[in-house]
Design a protein around this ligand. Structure first.
Ligand SMILES: Nc1ncnc2c1ncn2[C@@H]1O[C@H](COP(=O)(O)OP(=O)(O)OP(=O)(O)O)[C@@H](O)[C@H]1O
Ligand SMILES: [Mg+2]
Length: 319
């Protein structure tokens, strides 16, 4: 079983509004709502890829009930801790005449110490039957930035692979807790190492710097694939995966699809090259869809053939 953790789960509301203009009243021509938040999107992609997954996290109020109902309707197994405050709704307005997308994300609920403790207990219970736990997205208000780090430490005793995709201070603290895999995009990586970078050599160097901060493996996603430091027979190796970038319909959520593809292959016990290939293929496939996390698994597996993989055989000097 794979567990995805979404501490800031949401209802994502997408509105299609032709000729959208600020300060005017509009009518939507199309509208849809979906359960969202990074971990939820990853769970949706994992399910599309045929992997067993349970989505957990916090859900509160009527919106929280809606999140759980939507997941259940999609047959995505879920087990959320109910919280007192209301989960958030994120609204995105797409103007089909220009293709422009405007997003308004609510601040989201604050979570109490007691609710965090309930979650910790639930996660440790669920993780007993899990091979991989994926933490994805921002932390809710009211919790300490070391929450992910603490949960990663808690899971150390169990034989479970921990994967984290977040940003800022929670990411900084989480990498020090030595998770198995960390997967930032370029901006998150720059923030983490504290400097900007450009060019292939510097990028590869930054991924090594990230591994030196604590995680066993690091994968930095790029619009044309990823650069990774992965363990091959116990040795760190540099890998570069490339795919021809496409004209995206929606870029949001491609990192989530990447991580789901990577985790799905890893869960199947595949070699690192195969895992990176499926990740990049799923990321690319997802850019053709508006709905976060919905991919065509057959198309994604077909795209794996378009992913070019190269490795640098020099072992990194880290640790
Ligand atoms: N235009 C594109 N064409 C093809 N593949 C893409 C494109 N954009 C992104 N991808 C794929 O998706 C993966 C994730 O991309 P990116 O680094 O942009 O994620 P991200 O910024 O974390 O996204 P988010 O967090 O919004 O889901 C990359 O590994 C890449 O292979
Ligand atoms: Mg991302």
């Amino acid at each position: 079983m794979i567990i995805t953790v979404t501490l800031n789960a949401a209802i994502d509301k997408s509105l299609s509004v032709p000729n959208f203009r600020l300060g005017r009243r509009h009518r939507t021509v199309e509208q849809r709502t979906m359960a969202g938040g990074k971990g939820v999107n990853i769970a949706r992609t994992l399910k599309a890829l045929g992997q067993p997954v349970i989505a957990t996290g916090f859900a509160g109020g009527a919106t929280g009930t809606h999140i759980v109902e939507q997941l259940t309707e999609e047959s995505i197994l879920n087990d959320f801790v109910r919280i007192r405050e209301e989960s958030r709704t994120n609204t995105s307005v797409l103007d089909p005449t220009t293709g422009e997308q405007t997003e308004i994300n609510e601040r989201g609920p604050a979570v109490s110490e007691r609710e965090v403790e309930l979650f910790r207990d639930k996660l440790l219970y669920l993780a007993r039957g899990a091979a991989i736990v994926v933490f994805a997205g921002s932390l809710p208000r009211g919790v300490e930035p070391d929450l992910y780090a603490g949960l990663i430490h808690d899971l150390e005793r169990l034989d479970v692979t921990t994967v984290i995709d977040t940003d800022g201070e929670p990411l900084r603290q989480a990498v020090r807790a030595e998770p198995d895999v960390v997967s930032p995009n370029v901006l998150e990586a720059e923030e983490l190492v504290g400097h900007e970078f450009s060019g292939e050599d510097e990028r590869a160097q930054v991924v090594r710097e990230i591994v030196a901060l604590g995680p066993h493996e690091a994968i930095m996603t790029l619009p044309d694939g990823c650069i990774a430091q992965v363990l091959v027979d116990g040795h760190l190796r540099s890998k570069r995966a490339r795919i021809e970038p496409r004209e995206p319909i929606a870029r949001r959520g491609s990192g989530d699809a990447f991580l789901a593809g990577y985790v799905a292959a890893r869960y199947e016990g595949r070699q690192p090259d195969h895992c990176l290939r499926l990740g990049v293929a799923c990321g690319a496939e997802s850019t053709g869809r508006l709905e976060a996390g919905l991919i065509d698994p057959r198309e994604a597996r077909r795209l794996m053939g378009d992913v070019e993989l190269s490795s640098t055989e020099v072992a990194a000097e880290v640790g």
